[in-house]
Unconditional design. Sequence first.
Length: 128
Amino acid sequence: MISLTKGVADGKGKLTLVDGNVYEGEWRKGQKSGVGKITYRNNDVFEGMFANDQINGFGTLSSANGCSYAGLWVDNQWEGEGTLTTLSEVYQGEFKSNMRNGYGELTYKDSSKYAGEFKDDKVHCQTK
């Protein structure tokens, strides 16, 4: 249960935010911190770790349209290892700034695959 200390939330609880999103989880000094869940107005759902009022650590975002991301987050962005599943493909690999960056493996709906480097969300082929 959320307790208020000098008007600041601490503990566990559920709160509908000003933007209409609903956060349920842990609060520390008035900020989302620890394990939590956000249900967005568009019915997307994030479940995972929070620190300093932002998504930080491991978490899963499930989109209402059937897409999902499960992996590491830093300051609300995909950062590090993760898996992005869309309606047409599955990517497992490295992310930076919400984009595929670094080594990854991409499997298409028809089962064809690409394994290699990505840069700024695109296949990155280096030539000599």
